[in-house]
Design a protein around this ligand. Structure first.
Ligand code: NAD
Length: 348
């Protein structure tokens, strides 16, 4: 069992502690937070607390530091921990630049410590369902994926509104959405990107984004997050040559529909609005089949178990740092595209 200290007793930090109760390979040795009130709350919740970060670093029994603090503090806390001999799990986004991430990786290499980023949304059931449909070719050749997360409450009233702290929805959500699409499209290269950031709520950071990526096989992906939508669009929409899948929400409402028979059989025109249409005429009964979403098994605790197995030299890391670097490179391109209002072409 390896001893872990959580740094940052906030929203995500406390989620980690809840999940770690199911991970027998890790014992939570304590908590550190820069805010005395948070530290007092951790103490009241029954955790041993450290009154300063140096005390965590000096504790020889602690093998793992889990950094769950605002985005601008990840680099310094992680580098200090590895320099003190600790392995590090770090929250996403790992940093706010590829340069800072390279600096972290240099220290990881020099100190021979394991450093892994919490890309936990790979374990979301809705993503795993889409991946299963994609991997099993259930929709025929897929040419279009849309992945949206929408809410109506604006950006949280915390550091997420500050540019210096790495606020905004691109850092908050786009790292997850990009990471998952790159996992789904493993082996393919991204050839271009266009991004449009929204700022309707008047903050110094983006309150939403639309990103369009193209892959080397011509597949198009739309990633979108908005924080002012009172009617939500489906979270996932995937179109293939012979089928379409839709997942509406985190509660996994949805289905997929596949073609039975011929794609282009002559349709009977229908009245539509002030006109008529053959192209958009509904399909006849029996020409399509409706399916429930596939079953998947996911357990986000596998992330922590894999981290321990990596430290022990028994497994390869499940979230690889070169994958995270690719995501962070694309995040930089998203800001560049939005600034220039241009499609950025590359081959990565
Ligand atoms: P939060 O504001 O709720 O908590 C952050 C905590 O860190 C606070 O208690 C704060 O006092 C403490 N803190 C700040 N600076 C510190 C420092 N230098 N040393 C020690 N403690 C410090 O924020 P949050 O929502 O928990 O987000 C924390 C991190 O987790 C962010 O990087 C965020 O992007 C990430 N996050 C990830 C997910 C996910 O699903 N992976 C979800 C939410 C947040």
């Amino acid at each position: 069992m390896k001893k872990l200290v959580l740094v940052g007793y906030g929203g995500m930090g406390t989620r980690h502690l809840g999940r770690l109760k199911n991970v027998k390979e890790i014992e939570v040795a304590g908590v550190y937070d820069i805010d005395p009130e948070k530290l007092a709350a951790a103490h009241q919740d029954g955790y041993q607390t450290y009154s300063n970060y140096q005390a965590v670093l000096d504790d020889q029994e602690v093998e793992i530091v889990l950094v769950a603090t605002p985005n601008d503090s990840h680099k310094e806390l992680s580098i200090k921990a590895m320099t003190a001999g600790k392995h590090v799990i770090c929250e996403k986004p790992v940093t706010t630049s590829t340069k800072d991430f390279k600096d972290i990786l240099e220290v990881a290499a020099k100190t021979k410590r394991c450093f892994m980023v919490d890309q936990n949304r790979r374990w979301d059931e809705n993503f795993q369902m889409i991946k299963k449909l994609y991997d099993t070719n259930a929709l025929g050749r897929v040419y279009d994926i849309e992945n949206r997360v929408q809410g109506s409450r604006g950006i949280p009233q915390d550091w997420r509104q500050n540019i210096e702290q790495g606020g905004g929805m691109v850092y908050d959500w786009c790292v997850h959405l990009l990471d998952r699409i790159l996992v789904l499209k493993a082996g393919h290269r991204v050839t271009s990107l266009y991004a449009d950031l929204s700022g309707a709520l008047g903050h110094q950071v983006d309150d939403g984004f639309r990103v369009i990526l193209r892959f080397d096989d011509e597949m198009r992906v739309l990633l979108e997050v908005q924080t002012r939508n009172f009617i939500k669009l489906p979270e996932w929409y995937m179109s293939g040559a012979t089928g379409t899948a839709e997942i509406e929400d985190f509660e996994l409402h949805g289905e997929y529909v596949t073609l039975e028979g011929e794609l282009t059989k002559e349709a009977i025109p229908v009245e539509a609005g002030a006109g008529f249409t053959k192209t958009m005429a509904p399909r006849t009964d029996g020409s399509v089949k409706h399916h429930p979403l596939p079953q998947v098994q996911t357990d986000v605790c596998d992330f922590y178990r894999n981290f321990v197995a990596w430290i022990d030299g028994k497994e390869e890391p499940i979230v690889k740092n070169d994958e995270v670097m690719r995501t962070m490179y694309l995040i930089e391109k998203i800001f560049e595209s939005a600034r220039k209002n241009e499609v950025i072409k590359f081959n990565i």
